[in-house]
Design a protein. Structure first.
Length: 137
């Protein structure tokens, strides 16, 4: 019985190790493609001057939860405003689920935005469940 338990734990450990290595290898590709996680965003907020945040949530969600200094551009208005948004500023797109900002990133890339200055938060906005005030961070 103990032998079976040790074999099972060993197999689980191997899977965890492979998962970690795979995540580390693919993560740099994701960031190069514009995807960032919440920790990277928090670091950018602390270190980058003139960082533009665009919250692609609907207006009701934005009023309840958003990052301090973020502009709210609901998804239905976003495509019309893209020509006005294209400039040299570093920009991070985010939304409630991660879906809208990923689509917006692709759209802005297609319209000529420099991808070296354009990122999107590739995760749900976890901060909304942690922070109660209207503005987090």
């Amino acid at each position: 019985m103990l032998h079976s338990l040790l074999i099972g734990l060993g197999g689980a450990l191997v899977l965890v190790c492979f998962s970690y290595v795979y995540t580390r290898m693919t993560r740099s590709e994701e960031i190069e493609s514009g995807a960032i996680d919440f920790d990277v965003l928090m670091n950018m907020l602390k270190t980058k001057k003139n960082l533009r945040l665009i919250d692609l949530s609907d207006s009701a969600h934005y009023k309840m939860h958003h990052l301090k200094g973020a502009e709210n551009i609901p998804p239905d208005a976003f495509r019309k405003l893209v020509p006005e948004l294209i400039d040299d500023r570093m920009t991070v797109l985010y939304c409630k689920s991660g879906r809208e900002c990923r689509l917006a990133y692709q759209f802005m890339k297609e319209k000529g935005y420099k991808t070296g200055n354009l990122y999107y938060l590739d995760a749900q906005m976890i901060y909304t469940s942690v922070y109660k005030p209207k503005e987090a961070v």
